[in-house]
Design a protein around this ligand. Structure first.
Ligand SMILES: Cc1cc2nc3c(=O)[nH]c(=O)nc-3n(C[C@H](O)[C@H](O)[C@H](O)COP(=O)(O)O)c2cc1C
Length: 181
């Protein structure tokens, strides 16, 4: 079973990318994980799409399709998901055969703020209603006051957050097993 991680932040010291890296250390037995780098994905342009998908978008779509499940880590920007993340979802979602259809997906998010990206995550859930993703309902992972939960190298140091991430990964893996029958 393979999980693809997608971070909605391009920042080198991103808390959200750090949270995905923490997931890589907490995987259930027999599960592997890789993280897709959204930096090469251009801004969406329908003219470009009709001439042929950019290589980075093709890779994103293929890796989403090949993954048994996704973990999407979203920053919260102005009470919603980051533009970087929405742009990538928009590219990947275009026909034919949009790869989110039926895909098991867990959302996580980290912020210095107190509400743990909950508002951004509920916007994302709305997006995936349209795209027919199979969203994990619980445990929800809202990492608030995040700078106090990672060390200077980006390693997760908060035991309660690690516990929740571990439980989320077990539940996501179970959802993926149910999805493949
Ligand atoms: C344009 C912008 C808008 C932001 N809006 C919010 C917000 O609505 N809620 C929040 O909790 N944090 C907000 N923040 C702070 C981010 O949560 C913070 O910068 C966080 O570290 C971004 O995620 P990253 O560390 O993965 O890059 C905002 C930051 C930016 C740059």
């Amino acid at each position: 079973m393979h999980i693809l991680g997608i971070s909605g932040s391009l920042r080198q010291n991103s808390l959200n990318t750090a949270a995905l890296q923490a997931c890589s250390d907490l995987l259930p037995p027999g599960v592997t994980m890789s993280v897709f780098d959204l930096a090469p994905v251009p801004l969406y342009n329908e003219d470009v799409r009709t001439q042929g998908l950019p290589a980075s978008v093709q890779q994103l779509r293929e890796q989403i399709r090949a993954a048994d499940a996704l973990v999407i880590a979203t920053p919260e920007y102005n009470y919603s998901m980051s533009g970087v993340l929405k742009n990538a979802i928009d590219w990947a979602s275009r026909p034919p055969e949009q790869p989110f259809d039926g895909k098991p997906i867990a959302l996580i998010g980290a912020t210095p703020g107190g509400l743990g990206t909950s508002r951004a995550q509920y916007h994302l859930r709305q997006v995936f209603v349209y795209l027919n993703g199979r969203l994990l309902n619980r445990p929800e992972v809202f990492i608030s006051s995040a700078p106090s939960k990672f060390d200077a190298s980006g390693k997760l140091t908060d035991a309660a957050t690690a516990d929740t991430l571990g439980k989320m990964l077990v539940a996501l893996t179970e959802l993926a097993r149910q999805s493949t029958g």
